[in-house]
Design a protein around this ligand. Structure first.
Ligand code: CP
Length: 300
């Protein structure tokens, strides 16, 4: 499905009438650039009407509850809500409140899950490996290292689910204090997910170096001795870049903390970097997801 949508996005006028008459509302209780804008672009390219609730200028600020807010907007006529919230489980809870015909898409909830990020990252890796358009997607036989704050990362959880489902071997890499107590149940198929605290010894064998964001908030929580210590042990700098295989792929979901998980300019122009391709694919993947949930016919 995403291959088909990628083709639409390459047209001079990247727009189809597939969701004409449908309304998609984005509700972001947490900040976002990529997820919010790409869902909105995706809905518009499928000709859906869009509504966007900005929490900072809404009646949430006057104390209105999430449930009252959702029910109010639903009463205006909405077919899908895209929800981001700082608390895990809020999109699931909202799905229990809305009418059956209304779809809820998780735009990232707490530490729990960021499903469309997992899908767009998988799509990008399959594409970078030269997967044939229309063929069965597979990450069979590749080794992905996810590096950073694994414990608090919804991206890590969704990436592990998606990558292992497609056959990849995944190793989680970071300091012990940023690892979850257990990774049991993280993979869809029960495959083992390895943990390592030694980035330098693993870098030469990774097919994919998947960097994660180190939120600035983490730095004040005594989980790492100092930001300098993290940069020294896990930051991607020129020395570490020289350890990476020439054909390895480097990803980052954004937003990037330059000078923390990656040295300021080390990835700019690097041939293995697919960071902006991840963003481009984010629109296509979200178009595919919206079409599969709300579309009734041919995408055309
Ligand atoms: N990757 C990601 O979720 O980025 P945003 O926070 O900008 O949406």
């Amino acid at each position: 499905m995403t291959d088909r949508v990628v083709e639409i996005n390459e047209r001079p006028i990247p727009k189809v009438p597939a969701l004409r008459g449908k309304t998609v509302c984005t509700m972001f209780f947490e900040d976002s650039t990529r997820t919010k804008l790409s869902f909105e672009a995706a809905a518009k390219r499928l000709s859906a009407d869009t509504m966007s609730m900005s929490v900072s200028s809404s009646s949430v600020k006057k104390g209105e509850s999430v449930r009252d807010t959702i029910e109010t907007i639903q009463a205006m006529g909405v077919d899908a809500f895209v929800v981001r919230h700082g608390s895990s489980g809020v999109p699931w809870q909202i799905a229990n409140w809305v009418d059956d015909h209304v779809s809820i898409l998780n735009g990232g909830d707490g530490w729990h899950s960021h499903p469309t990020q997992g899908l767009l990252d998988s799509y990008t890796l399959c594409q970078a490996r030269g997967g044939e358009a229309g063929g069965n997607p597979s990450l069979d036989g590749i080794h992905v290292g996810l590096i950073g704050d694994i414990k608090h990362s919804r991206v890590a959880r969704s990436d592990v689910e998606a990558f292992t489902a497609l056959g990849a071997k995944v190793t989680l890499i970071g300091p012990p204090t940023l690892m979850p107590p257990s990774v049991a149940g993280w993979s869809m198929d029960g495959s083992t997910v390895d943990i390592s605290h030694d980035l330098d010894s693993l870098l030469p064998e990774l097919d994919v170096v998947a960097l994660l964001r180190i939120p600035r908030a983490r730095m004040g929580q005594a989980l790492i001795p100092s930001i300098g210590e993290y940069v020294h042990t896990f930051g991607l700098n020129r020395n570490r870049l020289s350890l990476i295989r020439p054909d390895a792929i480097i990803t980052h979901p954004g937003p990037m903390n330059r000078g923390v998980e990656v040295s300021v300019d080390v990835l700019d122009g690097h041939p293995g970097t697919v960071v902006l391709q991840q963003v481009t694919n984010g629109v296509a993947v979200r178009m595919a997801v919206l079409f599969l949930l709300l579309g009734s016919g041919v995408v055309s």
